[in-house]
Write a protein that binds this ligand. Structure first.
Ligand code: ATP
Length: 235
């Protein structure tokens, strides 16, 4: 289990997280939704070790992650798809995908999975030899997700993967996430697209102004009106 306990994060005078606790059981699909500036990216970046918390802890299967260097965390157990699709623009699509498999030892299977990713995201197959920097934003997002998946992480962390994508591509992103979940990958999905996320995840948290203000299954959050309340109360 991935466990975040009482995380408190500040950027100088700006407090981004005010004692956030969440749990991602192994094999589960957990959503974190909330309005702009709620602290969603900060939460993921702190779990991945990119941002250091002021207090609180992140533990994975009982071992403390907080304080470990990002590169020791990401790649070993967790794979983060950051906001804003950081791909290597000068490298080809195929080279970007191959980079995603460098942490793996099963080279032969890794090659098969690259081919699989090109079937899941056909555009990546079509443009495999094209420089990634020449792809559109939506295509780059598909590449960023595919690359993270190729590390075959136990926990896949995604920061707003649907941002800026055409609806049909958003559908395929959610389909891929559901499939991975069925295959046993634990997923922590941070999104502004609240309804869809809550309906897809087993369990979701609503973040507002750095606090968890609601949590539950889709029916608990939707029937209780908790989701709307969090978004309406945000401004
Ligand atoms: P969005 O959906 O807009 O990405 P978010 O929910 O991911 O928002 P964060 O990006 O985590 O929210 O930001 C939380 C708060 O921390 C905001 O008030 C934001 O302005 C602030 N913040 C984030 N990064 C920094 C930074 N590097 N320096 C200063 N303040 C920051």
């Amino acid at each position: 289990m991935l466990e975040v306990d009482s995380l408190y994060v500040a950027y100088g005078p700006v407090t981004a997280l005010r004692g956030v606790s969440i749990k991602v059981e192994k094999g589960s699909f957990v959503g974190v939704v909330g309005p702009n500036g709620a602290g969603k990216s900060t939460l993921l970046n702190t779990i991945a070790g990119v941002v250091k918390p002021k207090s609180g802890s992140v533990t994975l299967a009982g071992s403390k992650l907080s304080g470990a260097r990002a590169e020791h965390i990401v790649g070993k157990h967790l794979s983060l798809v950051p906001e804003g699709r950081r791909i290597f623009g000068q490298m080809t699509v195929l080279e970007n995908l191959q980079l995603g498999t460098t942490v793996r030892k099963d080279r032969e299977q890794a090659r098969t999975h690259i081919t699989e990713m090109m079937e899941v995201f056909p555009i990546l197959g079509r443009f495999r030899d094209r420089r990634a920097g020449h792809l559109s934003g939506g295509e780059q997002q598909q590449l960023a997700i595919a690359r993270a998946l190729l590390a075959r992480p136990e926990y896949l962390l995604l920061d707003e993967p649907s941002a800026g994508l055409a609806p049909v591509i958003v559908d395929s992103v959610f389909e891929v996430l559901k499939r991975l979940h069925n295959e046993g990958v634990s997923i922590l999905l941070v999104e502004q697209v609240a309804h869809r996320t809550v309906e897809t995840a087993d369990h979701s948290y609503v973040l507002q102004h750095g606090n968890i203000v609601a949590r539950g299954t889709a029916s608990e959050l939707l029937q209780g009106g908790l989701l709307e309340a969090a978004y309406l109360g945000a401004d």
